[in-house]
Write a protein that binds this ligand. Structure first.
Ligand code: PMP
Length: 366
């Protein structure tokens, strides 16, 4: 092991949580309610299944390395030049690629905390200096803190909005403030994994429109894993400020990073807007119901624009996690200092949410 780079030896690996298979094996429960990874319980469009079954027999061929059909479909929908898109094996692949392209040993990265683990894991592995600006009470973005962190321009500013795990988002005015503070020395990585859910709220800003006139470089990350329910196929994309920057990012991806079935599925999913709308409606109405139920139990819940809720528990989150597992319910306990009593739960189907709420009530001291 001493042959591995020091940064890697010191790294704490990503906590992907338990799979249904692991929980089933460990607890002998057959009915698993998986609410730990922000997946979409409503599944992909039936058109995805039809397109996949047609494409299956082409699996012997390498995928199209440039995602031509999907690129065209997305460029049309977004009304941008196709050369400004980059694709990844999930948006997590793009996060890793971006870090390798932009971060050298000793470079600095500004992000927020609590945050999606990969936003710091890859920068760490490359020896970058990380400055994490804590969210304020109630999950709000600390704009003053972020502006202060940008005074000495970092190489990269990376965060997600809606944020994970809090579910809170930057307002249009806050985003403007950030954009005004950025110089061409900093790449903005705006991770919009939960964009489709957020967009249903009138309060959520049009991030791409605000970025359209930005002089400094940026990339907006999106994914087919959440609202389009293709997490198992692994496909995400980035909208980049210029084709030249997209070309640089492309140099460090593995040539066939997006598999054939994922490309076919994404094109089909994009076309079925009715399925998407239904899925979004079901999730956002359940989100209000679950949030209210948690509040009725006396718990603090962060208002969320995404497909999950972050709430404060009465017991250590690890204990709540274990107690729920015994009921076959998987959630994500937060373990970092300051958040050891916080849990993130994905919004499932109505039935799954009821199972979660019942298991949580049973686990709470009476
Ligand atoms: N960014 C954020 C903020 C996320 O929450 C996730 C998934 N949990 C990802 C990126 C990665 O998504 P995927 O690789 O499935 O596209």
């Amino acid at each position: 092991t001493h042959l591995a780079r020091r940064e890697v030896r010191e790294l704490k690996g990503y906590n992907a949580g338990l799979s249904s298979e692991q929980v089933s094996k460990r607890f002998g429960v057959t009915r698993i309610t998986k609410l730990g990874s922000n997946e979409n319980p409503h599944g992909p469009s039936p058109q995805v299944a039809a397109a996949l079954s047609k494409a299956l027999m082409d699996s012997g061929l390498y995928p199209d390395a440039s995602c031509t059909l999907l690129r065209g479909a997305l460029a049309g929908q977004l009304d941008i030049a196709p050369e400004r898109l980059v694709f990844g094996n999930g948006s997590e692949d793009l996060i890793a690629i971006l870090c390798r392209v932009f971060l050298d040993h000793g470079d600095s990265l500004v992000t927020i905390t609590p945050a999606f683990g990969l936003h710091t894991l890859y920068p760490h592995s490359l020896g970058a200096h990380i400055h994490s600006v804590p969210l304020l009470d109630g999950g709000r973005f600390d704009i003053d803190g972020l502006l202060e962190a940008l005074v000495e321009p970092p190489r990269v500013l990376m965060f997600s909005s809606p944020s994970n795990p809090a579910g809170s988002a930057l307002s249009a005015a806050q985003l403007d403030q950030l954009l005004n503070a950025l110089t061409p020395s900093t790449l903005l990585v705006f991770d919009e994994a939960y964009y489709e859910y957020a967009k249903t709220s009138p309060d959520y800003p049009d991030v791409l429109a605000q970025l359209a006139h930005q002089q400094s470089p940026w990339i907006v990350l999106r994914t087919f894993s959440k609202a389009y329910a293709l997490a198992g196929l692994r496909i995400g994309y980035g909208i980049v400020s210029s084709p030249a920057l997209a070309d640089l990012i492309d140099r460090l991806r593995t040539p066939f990073n997006v598999n054939r079935l994922a490309q076919v599925a994404a094109v089909a999913a994009l076309q079925d807007t009715t399925h998407l709308e239904t899925s979004l409606e079901l999730t956002t109405s359940e989100r209000s119901r679950v949030a209210q139920a948690l509040k009725d139990m006396g718990l603090t819940v962060v208002p969320s624009l995404a497909n999950f809720l972050f709430f404060e528990t009465t017991q250590p989150s690890e204990q709540v996690h274990e107690a729920l597992l015994a009921h076959g319910v998987i959630v994500k306990p937060w373990l970092e200092p300051g958040y050891t009593h916080w849990v993130r739960v994905s919004i499932g189907s109505r039935e799954e949410n009821d199972q979660f709420l019942a298991a949580l009530a049973a686990s709470m001291p009476h």
